[in-house]
Design a protein around this ligand. Structure first.
Ligand code: SAH
Length: 245
């Protein structure tokens, strides 16, 4: 039986039993349906994980006794930030979940000229996206959770401190390169993926000023979430931790 992994937003140490908050307690007792004595892995996204078991379940309260700590991290040596255009809820969730599984470090939601979804309640959405990333880490075994940054306009995005900036543009064969032509070995890469309406001319000009390299992902037009997975995979395979095949 696979042991469940639980993310908690609190500090952890072996000396103190973990008291889950009501959301997490509900998840453990009603969604996972775990019982007293069940083994669990607990992590808080700050690196490493704790093995433990459920000591007590009473009504809305779950207490976990931690038994040992393992300094286990599955981070890529490559720091990847995805600049992800705001898209419809399910597609955005999917892109964040898959980018997390593929080991990105941070996700920067981008409000683009062609963004067609409402941009209200972005703070609430940000909390939801962070939960999507947390759950993806519970599932995929990562103990480092990608940071979801507050949304910005594409043209206000500060990413000049990254070694390499890539932007996915379908017409990029005219102005872009493929990854095999890039000779540098970056340790930090930014990847920008546009909305369903694509990046505007102003945004493409801004990207050129910021020395983004335009990347083409083949002859078909991919949805934003597919392009996110495709380019993250290519980048991890070339410079990150997807290279063992
Ligand atoms: N009609 C839009 C298509 C947008 S697809 C246009 O012509 O630009 C959504 C986003 O996915 C794009 O902005 C781009 O970042 C990425 N994308 C989709 N297919 C791509 C391809 N073949 N090459 C490069 N990027 C692609």
């Amino acid at each position: 039986m696979r042991i469940s992994r639980i993310y908690v937003d609190q500090s952890l140490d072996l000396a103190h039993p973990v008291q889950l908050d009501s959301d997490r307690a509900h998840y453990v007792s009603h969604v996972l349906r775990l019982k007293t004595g069940a083994p669990l892995i607990v992590f808080n996204g700050l690196g490493g994980e704790y093995a433990g078991h459920i000591e007590k379940i009473s009504r809305a309260k779950v207490t976990i006794q931690l038994e040992n700590f393992t300094h286990l991290n599955k981070n890529s040596k490559l720091n990847i930030e995805i600049g992800l255009a705001l898209i419809k809820r399910d597609a955005m969730d999917y892109a964040i979940q898959k980018a997390t599984e593929l080991g990105v470090t941070s996700i920067q939601p981008l409000n683009c000229d062609n963004t067609s979804i409402p941009t209200r309640n972005l703070e609430k959405k940000m909390r939801h996206w962070q939960q999507v990333a947390n759950s993806a880490c519970e599932q995929c075994g990562s103990n480092s959770i990608p940071t979801i940054k507050p949304a910005v306009r594409f043209t206000d995005w500060h990413c000049s401190n990254f070694d390499l900036r890539l932007i996915a543009i379908p017409e990029a064969h005219a102005l872009g390169v493929d990854l095999s032509q890039l000779k540098l070995i970056p340790s930090q890469v930014v990847v920008a993926i546009g909305p369903e309406g694509g990046f505007s001319t102003t945004e493409i000009e801004r990207a050129q000023e910021m020395q983004f390299t335009a990347i083409n992902l083949g002859p078909r037009i991919l949805r934003t979430e597919t392009a996110t997975i495709a380019l993250t995979t290519l980048v991890q395979a070339k410079w990150g931790d997807l290279s063992n095949f």
